[in-house]
Design a protein around this ligand. Structure first.
Ligand code: SF4
Length: 257
């Protein structure tokens, strides 16, 4: 046993029956349109042995969690929650916001999901374990990324020819609407993700001031030099830009250079 890490010994036995002679599909669920459409479409196609799993870092939108619950009811599959609430806040206070060079959030999330997948593979050695990722048929760049080229990763939306707009339709037909989230947001990222579009932050500032203020408080905890910035603007500067933008009727584009 010496030399092995605890996570390398982990075994996850599922409470549900696993059908013999078929692979086990681990579905990575973010709670956004693509992953939920993947789950719904696979259910519609009668795929057996589906095991949805979601990572919770603590920066998740409530509406995403609500819709995961809805799809659980529709499909009868329980979504496993890898709950690391508090982890992101903690790392933010130690290392600052994730950056292009140090994208600690996605790395941790990916590792946690992989630990889960490995623990299932250990529990069911007689089954092939495949990881299903919700990349849409028209997300060509994402399909080419190294991380999705493994033979153990499948892209059901690509196989079914479902594009991003189809995913919204599949979800809407199932009553999954996130309370209108996609009317005002481009995607379902963490609500304070540093890689959102400026319209997402503007939406937060004008229509979700509680979260905007929380983001400013979170930014206070980040070490100097690792604070939030969008272009060259701090959150405080972004507020000034948003206010000026509104004063001009909201028509002038923000200068974020
Ligand atoms: S949505 Fe943004 S902050 Fe959240 S894990 Fe992904 S890259 Fe990191």
């Amino acid at each position: 046993m010496s030399g092995k890490k605890k996570v390398d010994l982990k075994i996850t036995v599922l409470e549900r029956e696993i059908k013999a002679g078929k692979p086990i599909y681990i579905l990575s669920i973010s709670g956004g349109k693509d992953s939920l459409a993947m789950w719904l479409a696979m259910h519609e196609h009668g795929v057996d042995n589906m095991v949805p799993v979601t990572f919770i870092g603590g920066w998740d939108w409530d509406c995403a969690m609500e819709e995961i619950k809805r799809v659980e009811l529709i499909t009868g599959d329980r979504c496993r929650k890898l709950d690391s609430t508090g982890y992101f806040d903690n790392v933010l206070s130690l290392r600052g916001w994730p950056s292009w060079h140090v994208r600690w959030c996605t790395g941790y999330k990916r590792d946690q999901i992989q630990v889960f997948i490995n623990s299932i593979a250990r529990a069911y050695p007689e089954h092939r374990v495949l990881s299903a990722v919700g990349i849409a048929a028209d997300e060509v760049k994402r399909q080419k990324k190294n991380g999705v080229k493994s033979k153990n990763i499948i892209l059901p939306l690509v196989a079914l020819g479902l594009k991003e707009r189809d995913c919204l339709r599949v979800c809407a037909q199932a009553g999954v609407t996130w309370g209108g989230h996609y009317y005002s947001h481009d995607r379902m990222s963490c609500w304070c993700c540093p890689w959102q579009k400026k319209v997402d932050y503007r939406e937060l500032y004008f229509n979700n001031r509680k979260k905007w203020n929380l983001m400013r408080a979170m930014d206070e905890t980040a070490p100097e030099g690792r604070k939030f910035h969008w272009g060259k603007n701090s959150l405080e500067q972004m507020e000034e830009i948003f206010k000026a933008d509104k004063a001009q009727g909201g028509r002038k584009c923000l200068n974020m250079t």
